[in-house]
Design a protein around this ligand. Sequence first.
Ligand code: AMP
Ligand code: ZN
Length: 489
Amino acid sequence: MSELKLFNSLTRTVEPFHPVHEGEARVYTCGPTVYNYPHIGNMRAYVFADVLGRTLSWKGYKLTHVINITDVGHLTDDADAGEDKMEKMAAERAQSIWDIAKHYTEAYWADVKALNIRQPAHWSVATDYIDEMLEFAKSIADKHCYELDSGLYFDVSTVEDYGRLARAVTEEGEGRIDTVEGKRNAADFAIWRKTPPGEKRQMEWDSPWGKGAPGWHLECSVMGEKLLGFPFDIHTGGIDHREIHHPNEIAQNQAFCGCGGLSEATNSGARFWMHNNFLVERSGKMSKSAGEFLRLQLLIDKGYHPLAYRMMCLQAHYRSELEFSWEGLGAALTRLKRMVMQVERWKDRHAERGGEAIEADAWKGHPKTREPLDRFDAAISSDLNTADALVMLDDVLSLKKIDPAIVLSAVARMDAVLGLGLLDLSRTDLRIRPKNAEITEAEIEDALERRKVARAEKDFATSDALRDELTAKGVEVMDGDPLGWEWKL
Ligand code: AMP
Ligand code: ZN
């Protein structure tokens, strides 16, 4: 097997992965703030974390993956100003925060499932860890924090190399955040926010600094430490987290460990910090604050299978920006369809030969599958190059003169990393099915059957009339389509 190498944002280099604990891999992924639906850009972050987790499992590591659910503490503004996103939404909707959190957590999980993202070992919910957060905060308060009227603040000058992950200039006034009056350094941040006098928040807890709520950065430090122990192997998030959230987590972790600077990655709390780049959309509709934003359900309503979006993500390297377009999604869907059709043909051939149970390791027995799997391993080991890995999959699918059982075992082996569900999907699952279609699939099939009969009887008037009827309802009849489709909505 190739040696796994991953890009570490801390060092800005691709480094070999050596686990902290022999044979294990411990990964923490910053999860969603459940005040609204996730958009597909957010989901790119979890597809990336999933491919990373699958790769680690594939390489034989015992994986412990944590994804947190942020249900308190994330403010509308990164500079410790603004409101708590959860409180704000609950007030707007006149609902309890708990109901908001439940609804959007479930919506997020539905997307996770639809995208074939594996369940992590722990979904850690921030409000389940308030006691631990208070303990953590107390342990660093004396040496690293100071109190203002609005809360307990972390003094970033008390740790070495603050902001190194972001490559930020930290001198005051140089592009860093300020806003809260009385901060010692522009980049200082709240680890506990006090409820203002006379106010009552839906979510607040007692603390040595008064009633209030934890800061968002504190949550991730605490859940990472509690569930994975410092240092753990890999911390992931979107590229925006490289700038503020993760540098602040790192500062807290350094304080908690009482360790030195960041020339040693382990002092940061994790050995690797990995970040996916953004999914971008020209008209900016993806933003959660705009009216109709791009969430996975919108893609599904327009008739796209959610795994076409997963394919779209895999076609790009996670560290490059990816521009969303409906054409791009359509192309990804077509690619997935072609692969699924090839798999179906291999399955048919296998069935013709008796269809016996396929041994998982059958691919090892043949150089025609061993060789592309070696290249697949090299691609995925090279900082998760899924785009290249898909090409190796294409190579396997188009093999000739080989036992189908061997090919299918190779496909299963590759799909364990890619997670496209190639062996479970059928061609018809991938049919475009817009939610607002005026006609059902059964009606389409029925009309086409009648058209076939009419054509066989050379009754072209009826055949043309049926075709026009279908066209009027948005169905394109696709005689002689190279992919073998009879119709498209
Ligand atoms: P949030 O719920 O805002 O905390 O975001 C959840 C995750 O999505 C974080 O890891 C973000 O960094 C990531 N993220 C936000 N916007 C995008 C985007 N457009 N493309 C990729 N990842 C994103
Ligand atoms: Zn986080």
